[in-house]
Design a protein around this ligand. Structure first.
Ligand SMILES: [Zn+2]
Length: 278
C-alpha cells in the first residue's frame, strides 16, 4: 500500500473521469490526500472525500499564489480553478475553520511562501512578502487550534519559511511536511532538525535530489504525486494521477537501497502517523 500525500483530484483536470481515477487508485491500494489551494478547491476536496468511506482524504488551505495582494498578476491555471477567479482571495479564518473541522480533513494545506512571481520594486516586494507571512501565520494558528499538521508549499523562500517555523515551534508543537522539497541540503537539514517531513514527487526526475534523498532518514520521507502536475517521465506527457506514484516510490527505494515493499511500508506508516489516518 502507498499513500499519495499530495494530489489534486479536486482540480478541473479530472472533471471528466474523476471516479475512474479514484477507482484505479484504490484498486491498486493507493490512498490519497486531495489538497486544496483556494476556497473552491478546498470545498471540492472535502466533497470528493465524503463519497468514500476510506482512502480518500482532504487538506484545506489558501495557497500563497492565490492570495490577494494587488501586487503581482495572479497566475491563471485552468486545470486548477473550479470557476474562473479574476481576483486573488482574502484569507477568511472562520470560513476555513468551518471547512477544516470536517472529519475527512487531515491537514491544513497547502500553505506557505512563494516568491517565484514577485513585484519588481523593493518596497512592493516587502509588502508582498509581509502579506504572505501574515496569512501563513494565521493558517498555522488554525492548525494549532484544530490540532492538525500543515502541508507547506515553499518556492524560493526557504530562509523566510525557516524563520517563521522557528518562532512557531517555540510556541507549540507544530507538525508538518515541506511538500515537493527542492531546496538544498542545509535547508533540508534544518527542517529535519525541527521535526518536519520532506515530501518528494516526480520532480525528482527533473532535478537532481538524489543526495538529499539519500541523506534524509526514511522515517522523515513522504511520497506524493502533486498530480495533475509533475508526471514521471515513464508516463510521457500523460496527465499525472495517484497510481503513477509507484515511479517515485521505486526511485526512492533504489536510492535508499531498499526493496520497494519496505520503502512503501515505511513511508505509508509515516503518512499515517503525521496525518492520523487509520
Ligand atoms: Zn500542490
Amino acid at each position: 500500500m502507498l499513500i499519495d500525500t499530495h494530489s489534486h483530484l479536486n482540480f478541473n483536470a479530472y472533471n471528466n473521469d474523476l471516479e475512474d481515477v479514484i477507482k484505479r487508485s484504490l484498486d491498486n491500494d493507493i490512498w490519497m490526500i486531495n489538497v486544496g489551494s483556494q476556497y473552491s478547491t478546498c470545498q471540492k476536496a472535502i466533497e470528493i472525500s465524503q463519497k468514500y468511506s476510506q482512502g480518500v482524504y482532504a487538506a484545506v488551505g489558501l495557497h500563497p499564489i492565490h492570495l490577494e495582494t494587488n501586487l503581482v498578476k495572479i497566475k491563471e491555471d485552468m486545470e486548477e480553478a473550479q470557476q474562473f477567479q479574476a481576483k486573488g482571495e482574502v484569507f477568511d479564518y472562520d470560513k476555513y475553520k468551518s471547512l477544516a473541522k470536517n472529519e475527512k480533513v487531515k491537514a491544513i494545506g497547502e500553505v506557505g511562501l512563494d516568491y517565484y512571481y514577485k513585484p519588481k520594486t523593493t518596497a512592493r516586494k516587502k509588502i508582498f512578502k509581509e502579506k504572505q507571512r501574515e496569512v501563513l501565520i494565521q493558517e498555522i494558528s488554525l492548525a494549532r487550534e484544530l490540532d492538525l499538521p500543515v502541508i507547506f508549499h515553499c518556492r524560493m523562500a526557504h530562509q523566510d519559511l525557516l524563520e517563521i517555523l522557528k518562532v512557531q515551534l517555540s510556541k507549540f508543537n507544530l507538525k508538518g511536511v515541506i511538500h515537493c522539497f527542492t531546496g538544498n541540503w542545509q535547508e533540508a537539514e534544518k527542517y529535519l532538525e525541527m521535526g518536519f517531513f520532506l515530501g518528494f514527487n516526480g520532480i525528482i526526475f527533473k532535478l537532481n535530489l538524489d543526495e538529499i534523498i539519500k541523506k534524509t532518514p526514511l522515517d522523515k520521507i513522504l511520497i506524493e504525486t502533486d498530480c495533475p502536475y509533475l508526471t514521471p517521465p515513464a508516463m510521457g506527457t500523460k496527465r499525472n494521477e495517484p497510481v503513477y506514484i509507484k515511479y517515485v516510490a521505486e526511485k526512492i527505494a533504489q536510492l535508499k537501497n531498499l526493496k520497494l515493499e519496505e520503502m512503501a511500508e515505511k513511508t505509508t506508516d509515516n503518512a499515517k502517523e503525521l496525518f492520523a489516518i487509520q
